[in-house]
Every structure is written in structure tokens, then in C-alpha cells.
Design a protein around this ligand. Structure first.
Ligand code: ACO
Length: 435
């Protein structure tokens, strides 16, 4: 029998698109009709992509190929997330958004993902462009062991057509002045407008993740063969005083039941810079003719839409894990965000995968909510696995709720509560866009 050696870790170039697509189709068994290997140029950032190449002879039954097959891959996007700033402000920090992770079925549970995750996190650290990494998990059990903590929920709300939205009079009145119009994606102009509204909304939305400027014009590309009978993606844009203040990216699906229209509206992204814009957008979404329901993804349990509509029972609330965050450079990450209150604690951080993080750090936050974080030999007030800090980083998932139930030990009574209150935001973060 031919033998294969350990796969080799390699960088990728455009010449690898065919074998990347072969691996991707095998991992996800979800072929996009009409997509060619060259189309990956629009979706994959090769600067951050790495792969495992099989070594050794071809195996029985395999057709000969120019290059050996790939058995593992990952890539990432340059993104940013909105987190608590000093005191009651918000700030955006860069994150390295991991994506495209896959291992060939023949090579699973042999430690290859573990090898890729170490490579990824060490490279993020060496590049020093971001102190924080993020991802969406395909399965929730995978990434905690690599130091990621789930920092936000993806709250899915479903509203019936014509749902009544009862907002305070001032918000409702201002919503009447919001101008809305619909354009069809993907066009260059539509995608540029979407990106402008996306950035404007993210600045005021805790938990919002933004896509890289470099991908603003390719992100929404679709493939007519894959779309089939469905309509093209539509973009509902909102303007106030001539500025774009929000958007909804949606697709309607036509359905008739016994001569009655039962179409659905799937809203994959809904974002607004202010409440009147949000109200105007959702009022329009629930009023499309020939539909019966609207599904809004990546909302929050504090989403006013839910309460305007009458509460969780009125919107068929479902929640999933959304953004997982991982501190790659603990002192830098902890000083890039702000805090709600002063605090002074010595943390003992546990981090086997990124050993430069492991050890004692004194986090001192002044009364303005700004932090310094320096290595120290002082006795720790609190021991925490790095994943707990990732979960709390975005302002949700309080540390108090995680220590000690999910790990961590308090040595100085009151230390957890002090840090927890300083890190916690007043509202729950929103779910992240898909990436
Ligand atoms: C950010 C993203 O892109 S998410 C997308 C992730 N990709 C997928 O889900 C595609 C389908 N699945 C796969 O490609 C692979 O099964 C992967 C990537 C999930 C795992 O790759 P593997 O090489 O098998 O993982 P590896 O052998 O390094 O396992 C590391 C640990 O994770 C555990 N693990 C791996 N996959 C899973 C899973 N799906 N559920 C629970 N635990 C898992 C292993 O049991 C092992 O645990 P241990 O450390 O206690 O022994």
C-alpha cells in the first residue's frame, strides 16, 4: 500500500484555486452551481490563507494531478468589531476573522485542525495587525479548546406580515421622515452604498462586525445558476438628511398556498445607525405584498424591534452562538477596548496555545474607563482561561456569570465582580454578519 507522510503546511497562490475548490467541495459537500475555481478570487483572501498539502505517492483509485491534493485549509478576513469604549462610548477594534476552515474527511481527528489553529494564531501574533481573532463556528463544540469564547448570540426574529410595531412617539415621528428605496444587488453602486450604510451602522451597534473595504465590491456576488428560480438579492436603503443611515439585505421567496400568497422575506443583514431608521426599515419589511412572514437574522435580545413587536412571544425568538472571540495579544487587546468603571486587578491568564499570553497581568482602569495592562509578579486576584476573556471582551457574557461555572478561580473576594462590571456593556451585543 502506498504510504503518505505528514501533510506539509504551505502558502497558497492563484494557481492553487482548482485544488482549493476540490477540497472545499469535499469538506462542505455543497457545490455552488456555476462557480469556477477562478471565482474563489472574490471570496478568499490569499494573504491569510494556508493549507496542508498531502505528501507521498497518489493513492489507489486517484487520478494523477499536477499538484498533490490539499487535505486542510484556513483563511481569514481583515475585519473589525464594535466593542465597549471608555465609559459609555463604543469603539471598533480590528479582528482577524477566521474562515474557510476544513480538513479532508480521510484526515480528520488526527490533530490537523490543531496544527492549523496554532499556525493561524501564531501568524496573527507575528503580523501584529490585530490583537483579537474572531470566527463563526460551524459546530459549537470545536473552538473553546483553542481559546475562543462565544461573545454574542445570533438572535433570529420572525415577524408576521403587517406586524404592528409600537415605538415611542418621538421615534415613530422621526421614522416617518426616513427615506427608503430598494435597489438590486449585486451592482457596483449598490454594493458601495451598502458598504457605506454598513460602516455607519456599525459605529453605533455593539457587536457589529464589519467586512473589509477591499471586499465591499465582491462580497455579495452571486451565481445565476446557483440562484435558480429565486429572485436576486435586494437592498433596502435608508436615508436621513441625505445620509445613508441603515440598510436591509434581503431576498423574497414566492410561495402560494391554496390561492393565498405565503411568500417569505429572509433578511440576512439589517443594520441601522439610529432607532428611527431601524423602525422605518422594519415597517417596510413587514409590509411587502404577497408575503406572510419576515425573518431577521443576527439581532440581539435587546433589539428594540422585538419589544416594539410585543416581546419574544410575538417574534418566535430563536438564539444561536454568533461571534467567537479570542485574545491573541492579551495586554494589547485589553487596552484597545474601554471600560464602564475603574478597576485594578491582577489576572493570571491561562493560555497553552499562545504562551506569550500566559502569566500575570495587572489591568488598571482609570475613572475615565481607559486601561493599562502590564506584566507583573504580583499575587493574582483572579485566574482565568483566555477563552473567558474572549467571551467577555465584547461587553456581553459577563465574567461574573462565567467564573467559576465555566472555569476560572477568584483568589481575592470581589475581584471577579469588579472586573466583570468594568467589562460589561449596558446592552447585549448584536450578532455578527456571516463570514
Ligand atoms: C471558522 C470556520 O471556518 S468553522 C468551519 C469548520 N469546518 C467544518 O466544520 C467542516 C467539516 N469538519 C472538518 O473539516 C473537521 O472535522 C474539523 C475542521 C471540524 C476538525 O478537524 P480535525 O483535524 O478533525 O480536528 P483535530 O483532529 O485537530 O481535533 C482537535 C480536537 O477537536 C475535537 N473536534 C474536532 N472536530 C470536532 C467537532 N466537529 N465537534 C466536536 N469536537 C471536535 C477533536 O475531537 C479534538 O479533541 P481533543 O483535543 O480533545 O482530542
Amino acid at each position: 500500500m502506498p504510504v503518505t507522510d505528514d501533510p506539509r503546511l504551505i502558502d497558497l497562490t492563484p494557481e492553487d484555486y482548482p485544488r482549493i475548490k476540490d477540497l472545499d467541495d469535499t469538506v462542505w459537500f455543497e457545490v455552488v452551481p456555476g462557480q469556477t475555481p477562478e471565482d474563489l478570487r472574490d471570496h478568499l483572501d490569499l494573504r491569510h490563507a494556508r493549507a496542508l498539502e498531502r505528501t507521498g505517492e497518489p493513492l489507489p483509485g486517484e487520478a494523477p494531478t499536477d499538484r498533490p491534493p490539499l487535505v486542510g485549509i484556513y483563511s481569514a478576513y481583515d475585519m473589525a468589531v464594535t466593542v465597549p469604549g471608555p465609559r459609555d462610548t463604543l469603539t471598533r477594534v480590528p479582528i482577524d476573522g477566521l474562515t474557510w476552515v476544513g480538513i479532508h474527511p480521510d484526515h480528520r481527528r488526527k490533530g490537523l485542525l490543531t496544527r492549523l489553529m496554532k499556525d493561524h494564531l501564531h501568524r496573527v501574533h507575528d503580523r501584529a495587525e490585530c490583537a483579537v481573532a474572531g470566527l463563526h463556528a460551524s459546530e459549537a463544540a470545536i473552538y473553546g479548546r483553542f481559546g475562543y469564547g462565544c461573545s454574542s448570540l445570533d438572535v433570529k426574529l420572525t415577524l408576521g406580515r403587517g406586524a404592528e410595531l409600537t415605538a415611542p412617539p418621538a421615534v415613530a415621528e422621526a421614522a416617518d421622515g426616513v427615506q427608503l428605496h430598494m435597489v438590486t444587488l449585486p451592482t457596483e453602486q449598490g454594493m458601495a452604498a451598502l458598504h457605506e450604510a454598513h460602516l455607519a451602522s456599525a459605529a453605533t451597534t455593539l457587536g457589529a462586525v464589519t467586512r473589509p473595504d477591499a471586499m465591499a465590491l465582491t462580497w455579495w456576488r452571486d451565481y445565476p445558476k446557483a440562484r435558480g428560480e429565486k429572485e436576486k438579492r435586494r437592498l433596502l436603503l435608508a436615508r436621513r438628511d441625505g445620509r445613508l443611515t441603515g440598510y436591509a439585505a434581503l431576498r423574497r421567496e414566492s410561495k402560494w398556498d391554496d390561492a393565498t400568497p405565503q411568500g417569505t422575506v429572509q433578511v440576512v443583514e439589517l443594520a441601522a445607525a439610529d432607532d428611527p431608521t431601524l423602525l422605518a426599515l422594519v415597517r417596510r419589511l413587514v409590509s411587502f405584498d404577497l408575503t406572510s412572514k419576515v425573518t431577521l437574522w443576527s439581532r440581539s435580545v435587546d433589539d428594540p424591534v422585538m419589544w416594539w413587536a410585543g416581546g419574544p412571544r410575538s417574534v418566535d425568538l430563536r438564539a444561536y452562538d454568533s461571534l467567537w472571540l479570542r485574545l491573541v495579544d492579551v495586554p494589547r487587546a485589553l487596552t484597545e477596548r474601554g471600560y464602564a468603571a475603574a478597576c485594578d486587578v491582577v489576572l493570571e491568564v491561562e493560555d497553552a496555545l499562545c504562551p506569550w499570553n500566559a502569566g500575570r497581568w495587572r489591568l488598571a482602569v482609570d475613572t475615565d474607563g481607559r486601561a493599562t495592562c502590564a506584566s507583573t509578579d504580583e499575587v493574582p486576584d483572579l485566574t482565568v482561561p483566555v477563552a473567558l476573556l474572549g467571551a467577555a471582551y465584547g461587553g456581553g457574557r459577563s465574567l461574573a456569570s462565567q467564573v467559576p461555572t465555566l472555569g476560572g478561580t477568584e483568589h481575592t473576594p470581589g475581584a471577579v465582580r469588579q472586573l466583570s462590571r468594568a467589562m460589561r456593556a449596558d446592552t447585549e451585543p448584536y450578532g455578527a454578519i456571516g463570514f
